[in-house]
Ligand binder design. Sequence first.
Ligand SMILES: Nc1ncnc2c1ncn2[C@@H]1O[C@H](COP(=O)(O)OP(=O)(O)OP(=O)(O)O)[C@@H](O)[C@H]1O
Ligand SMILES: [Mg+2]
Length: 503
Amino acid sequence: MNTLTTKFQDLGISPATMKSLKRMGFEEATPVQALTIPVSLENKDLIGQAQTGTGKTAAFGVPLIDKVDKDSNLIQGIVIAPTRELAIQVSEELYKIGYGKRTRVLSIYGGQDINRQIRALKNHPQIIVGTPGRILDHINRKTIRLENVHTVVLDEADEMLNMGFIEDIEAILSKTPEDRQTLLFSATMPAPIQRMAEKFMKNPEVIRVKAKEMTVPLIEQYYLEVQEKSKFDVLTRLLDIQSPELAIVFGRTKRRVDELSEALTLRGYMAEGIHGDLSQAKRLSVLRKFKEGSIDVLVATDVAARGLDISGVTHVYNFDIPQDPESYVHRIGRTGRAGKTGVAMTFISPREKSYLAVVEKTTKRKMERMKPPTLDEALEGQQKAAIEKIQASIETDNLQYYKQATDELLEQHEPATIIAAMLKMLTKEPDTTPVKLTEEKPLPAKRERSSDRRRYDSRGGNGSGSGNNRRDNYKPRQGQGSGGKRPSNRDNSSRPKSSNNYR
Ligand SMILES: Nc1ncnc2c1ncn2[C@@H]1O[C@H](COP(=O)(O)OP(=O)(O)OP(=O)(O)O)[C@@H](O)[C@H]1O
Ligand SMILES: [Mg+2]
């Protein structure tokens, strides 16, 4: 099969779903879709791995919807996702795929009024998309029944494992029929996922879309060696020079995200932060503003690293290097989606240099070194932007109305002087408004403790129980309580808030 040009109609999809795909503007199947949809339609268990932004949602979504009995009022499929925003996004995509069949899709996630969800459940959704904790809540309240579920999808399965959701997932699966189909999808499949597969799946077929590297080739990847103290200035200079359409800046902790978004706002950027301690309403409103473009810099913890599909994200900045290579792959994968190009910049403080090699080893791709831009270069970048603005205005705007005022100005001054003054006004000059940024401790130097390397490099991990959980590892080192299995409150608001700092 030539996977580059597979037509959806060659995959055995029903006319109703074909109609939806056409409406969505999907003309050809992506490689992961071409390879997995036929297997999925045969009800086989499946592990699907393909690069970020290559259409894994429709890869599981199309067969899932295709198998829905449209005359049945029962829940027939569930998709479990690690974050609320992702659950919402996936449910929206499934709704579109199910449009031709009028499939009823409902998302249920923590942080939203449960009574509202219970009312929505009375409309008999056929597919449920949710976060683990909230799905379990509904099971326990008997507001959902999963006896008739034929397909369970774990989107970002490895992340749910990382986050310690394994027991919740097990509990959910135990309420579904034995002979269900189970599908696992992610761009990364570190070793411990194998155990999950053995536990929950029946002879799963492993389908990896072969690629030279784990990251998307269309993403230019750079690293910059930056002292902790200089990171903020370097970031603002890069933003000024590169003028991204939309940018995501990833920080290591929630405090970091709060401080960074405040600091960027103070310096005149349209920025807001997102992390797990914000109310769900706030999280959703920040994301909406970012999608609409009323803010153009989203500052985020890893809560936004997985699965989110926001068109227009041209740049990803890793203000802090991610704690594991998988996180790097997903973070930068917020750009360069569906065939578009993207740029990723990773700041590395001198003490964290050893992490660079680990990331590169996992992704099988070298990042190019970039020198942090100087103040002059930043100013030059801004001037260039100002000149572009003027040029665009000459090309597109009706300037007739301004002609008389222009003639008057020209009588008083030399043209070059007028233009210089205009350029100065249009150029964003360096802003030195003081900002507050607490220094982050660097990640532990790798050669100090060999056990850290094993944990960090989960590719080589032997999967010795929960010791592989990165949040469990790093929390104590950062002076946090060692916590339980659930380091994040990003799923279910009815659970106690954890002291985790990272999401
Ligand atoms: N066959 C197709 N033709 C055109 N666009 C597509 C096709 N399949 C998916 N897309 C679009 O590509 C984008 C990325 O898809 P999706 O979010 O499913 O990627 P993913 O592989 O799940 O990425 P991630 O690993 O980041 O979760 C979406 O905007 C989606 O609508
Ligand atoms: Mg996805």
